[in-house]
Design a protein around this ligand. Sequence first.
Ligand code: MN
Length: 147
Amino acid sequence: MAVFVVHEHHASHLHWDFRLEMEGVLKSWAVPKGPSMDPKDKRLAVMVEDHPLEYGGFEGTIPEGQYGAGEVFIWDKGKFVLEKGDPEKGILEFRLEGRKLKGQFALTQMKKAGPKNWLLIKRRDQHAVDGYEIEQIKVRARNTAKK
Ligand code: MN
């Protein structure tokens, strides 16, 4: 089984980076609203550059002046099973075994909206949570002060 990790990334805009171990790297998507356990939610997931597998264990602060500056936390991680599809075809169906994210999910490319735009969707199963609201690990005082 391969690993998945979700980083909560307090960059200039808070987002969650959803990463799947595939082909020896972490395929990565930036999810502005974060993953949801509610099958009714279709979460925009913007494909970003592959990351090395070692990055899956990273937590810390990306320094000011660097791309993505801000704090990074591991929001969830675990094993996953790829059940169908591949990134080239624009469809991935998989089962997550994390602490927060569990069960069947899909990532589907929205080709008309540009090749980098995908949707992350929870499939209906026994793990689905209607009305799911994501819990942030931490809100930086200086981020909240800006708003
Ligand atoms: Mn990020």
